[in-house]
Design a protein around this ligand. Structure first.
Ligand code: ADP
Length: 743
């Protein structure tokens, strides 16, 4: 806070006054000094003028007196008593006249009235003579003719005496008066004291006697009055000191004002801080008397600070029914039994409303380190308790919902697998009596690096199917967790299975209806091995017709014929089983072996057509769980179709690519050719019975192949082969996935 504007002006007033006084004194001193000098100069001028007139007057008087004497002198009557008396009177009144004599024109002194030494012979003209100095005494002569012109009356004027006589005391006191001759030689002077070296000097020329004398006046060193001289300076110094002290005082006041302002703002900040605290603060002395309460405390209980300060127990905010508890807490604090976790009690507002408080107490130590009482901080925990209860209720609702779910829900730590949360359904389905809080015992979802997981899982122990959904998520404390939801789909699975069986039954009926279709299928399938047997038979005949039949070749051909006959038998059996809806005879078999068998059967065809066959396999492949004969039939059909499709393809481009790969729990076989290809709209028609583009074709091969594959829970489809031709792809489950659970 800064003082108001008028106050600041007031603070400046003494300083301004002091400055004014100092300036006034300085001006006064300067002025008086200049004035005094001026006054002295003009006084000197006046005094000198006066002195000149006095001297000139006296000289004129002496001159006139001599003229008067001379006028009365006729002949030699200077001896007459009257003349003598007049002379005497003149000499008495004018002591500067040291010589008075009468002489003739030849210079003979006839009479002299003064000392004989001053009766000087004078041969000059009447009037003033030269100034001369004799024995240090300046003299001048004045001669007057007697009326008869025969004599001269000679007067000798002692200039030093003239000066002594004519300079009055009051002039002599001020100045040293000196008489100078025309050639500036000092003739006489009158002085009393020492001269002021810097004093004022005045000159004036004397008209009488008219011989070029000058009068010089020099001012004496004026005796200084210590009091009058120094007083102004003292006052000036005092004014300066006053100015300095006012300045220092002003400075001090400013420093004080700043300190006060700092203190005020600090106090205001402290008060603001105390007031903005939401914690109630109460200080009391060692006897339990309230010393201080902050605003939050007052607002908490509804009493003003004035009402509370000085209060003794029982306090007005202690509810009557809680008196004992409040007293116990109070006594514990006064006795210094301070609980680090604080005390819980209940207070009462002025309007009678009760509220829960938590009190933390500590020692009140003053600035000197003295323990003077106790400090208490109070927190209104009513709202906190309410929130806690609300939280609890919300948690209970959450748990109720979770436990009401049919699905098993669990949250486990993504790193350690520790189970963090689970619902009742989970505990019932997978829990062990004491597993809670330990490592998750049901790692039903294979932990994969890439969430989310969406899989079906069969619990062989309880014989239940589950739909598992797993997501990686972030837990309330920020850690990475797995959230897993397992839904029991056993019932659904059963329904699906029943539906599948019904479908199969329907299909079987449909197949039975198209028996004729089957018959032609049989004929088609048998055509192949029978044709082969016929060609081997004609081969045998050719060997036997030779002069020396090659028995080894014959033996091989007969073996091949046997194989083909066996295959024909298998086909017939396969078709019969198919028509009878017999489940395939599944057992572990190896795709490599199956391929070898088929390629062996078709080797002749492949070589004849000059087709380049390649087999590519991605990684190790587990064994299949399938009917080997049926699969061989499928592969045989697909490869044969592919070979036939490439009949129009230039020989060097005839390529047959077989690729084997894993697709989840299935084997994926793709057979691609560089043949004619298939129009997109025909891709599905191929699998319909009797669809064929070949003259001798029956259009049953692909239909039977799809039935077989579907029977193995796989899929068969056709697509365009990138780079030309077409590609047939089928999937069959691996043994490990299905072996145990196949009903
Ligand atoms: P068929 O071979 O007796 O005609 P399929 O059911 O095996 O009977 O084949 C049906 C038709 O599908 C064939 O006539 C042919 O037009 C077509 N087809 C089958 N495989 C291929 C293939 N690899 N490339 C082109 N067309 C094919």
């Amino acid at each position: 806070m800064t003082p108001p504007r008028s106050h600041r002006w007031l603070a400046l007033v003494p300083g301004l006054l002091a400055a004014l006084v100092t300036l006034a004194f300085a001006g006064y001193l300067l002025l008086t000094r200049g004035e005094a000098a001026e006054q002295r100069a003009s006084l000197l001028e006046q005094d000198l003028l006066w002195q000149k007139q006095a001297i000139e007057q006296q000289v004129a008087i002496d001159r006139d007196a001599v003229h008067g004497l001379a006028a009365t002198l006729s002949g030699s009557d200077y001896r007459s008593p009257i003349f003598q008396a007049r002379v005497l009177s003149l000499l008495q009144t004018s002591p500067e006249i040291v010589g008075l004599s009468v002489q003739d024109r030849a210079g003979h002194i006839e009479w002299h009235a003064t000392q004989a030494s001053w009766a000087l012979p004078y041969r000059g003209e009447p009037g003033w003579g030269e100034v001369w100095v004799s024995h240090g005494q300046p003299r001048i002569i004045y001669a007057v003719q007697t009326p008869d012109r025969r004599r001269l009356l000679i007067m000798v004027l002692a200039l030093d005496r003239l000066l002594q006589q004519q300079v009055p005391w009051w002039i002599a006191q001020r100045y040293q008066i000196t008489l100078y001759s025309a050639d500036n030689t000092p003739l006489a002077s009158k002085f009393q004291r020492q001269l002021d070296p810097a004093g004022v000097i005045g000159h004036i020329a004397l008209n009488e006697p008219p011989v070029g004398l000058t009068l010089k006046a020099e001012v004496y060193q004026t005796p200084t009055n210590p009091v009058t001289e120094t007083l102004p300076w003292i006052v000036f110094a005092l004014a300066l000191a006053m100015l300095a002290s006012t300045w220092a005082l002003g400075r001090m006041m400013r420093v004080r004002e700043e300190a006060e302002a700092r203190l005020r703002s600090e106090t205001a900040l402290r008060t603001a801080m105390e007031d903005s605290l939401v914690t109630g603060l109460r200080a009391m002395d060692k006897h339990g008397r309230v010393l201080y309460v902050n605003r939050a405390f007052c607002e908490m209980i509804g009493y003003s600070a004035e009402e509370l300060i000085g209060q003794h127990p029982p306090m007005p905010y202690w509810p009557p029914e809680e008196l004992e508890r409040c007293e116990a807490v109070f006594d514990a604090i006064l006795a210094g039994r301070l609980d680090r976790n604080g005390f819980s009690t209940r207070f009462m507002r002025r309007n009678g409303e009760r509220f829960d408080v938590h009190v933390y107490a500590s020692k009140l130590i003053d600035g000197n380190g003295q323990h003077i009482g106790w400090m208490g901080s109070m927190y209104d925990v009513t709202e906190l308790r309410r929130e806690r209860e609300a939280l609890q209720a919300s948690h209970e609702r959450f748990v109720t919902v979770m436990n009401g779910l049919d699905a098993a829900v669990a949250v486990s730590d993504a790193q350690s697998g520790e189970l963090l949360m689970s619902n009742q359904q989970f505990d019932r389905s997978f829990g062990l009596p004491d597993w809670r809080g330990r490592c998750c015992v049901v790692p039903f979802v294979p932990r994969r690096a890439e969430p989310p997981v969406d899989a079906e899982w069969y619990d062989g122990f309880r014989q239940h199917w589950y739909q598992i959904k797993g997501r990686q998520s972030v837990w309330v404390d920020g850690t990475a967790v797995w959230l897993e939801i397992a839904t029991d789909i056993t019932a659904l699975k059963g329904a699906t299975e029943r539906e599948r069986r019904q479908n199969e039954a329907l299909q079987q009926t449909a197949r039975l209806i198209s028996m004729g279709e089957m018959a032609s299928s049989l004929a088609h399938e048998l055509n192949q091995p029978l044709g082969a047997i016929a060609s081997y038979a004609s081969g045998c005949r050719n060997i036997l017709a030779a002069p020396t039949p090659n028995l080894t070749q014959l033996d091989q051909a007969i073996d091949k014929m046997g194989e083909q006959a066996k295959r024909a038998g298998q086909i017939i059996r396969g078709i019969r089983e198919f028509v009878q809806r017999r489940a395939p005879h599944r057992k572990r078999c190896d795709i490599g072996t199956l391929l070898d068998t088929v390629l062996g059967l078709l080797g002749h065809e492949i070589v004849r057509r000059g087709v380049d066959v390649s087999i590519a396999q991605a990684g190790e492949l587990p064994p299949l769980y399938a009917d080997a004969v049926m699969l061989e039939q499928v592969i045989f059909n697909l490869i044969k179709n592919a070979l036939e499709a490439m009949d129009a393809t230039p020989t060097e481009q005839r390529q047959l690519a077989i690729t084997l790969a894993r697709n989840d729990g299935n084997l994926r076989v793709a057979i691609g050719d560089r043949g004619t290809g298939i129009a997109p709209e025909q891709l599905e028609q191929l699998f319909k019975p009797f669809f064929t583009t070949k003259d001798s074709g029956m259009g049953m091969g692909l239909n039977i192949c799809r039935s077989i594959i579907e029977h193995h829970h796989g899929r068969l489809w056709a697509e365009a082969n990138p780079g030309g031709g077409c590609r047939f792809i089928f999937t069959v489950p691996f043994a490990e996935e299905t072996e145990a659970h196949e009903p």
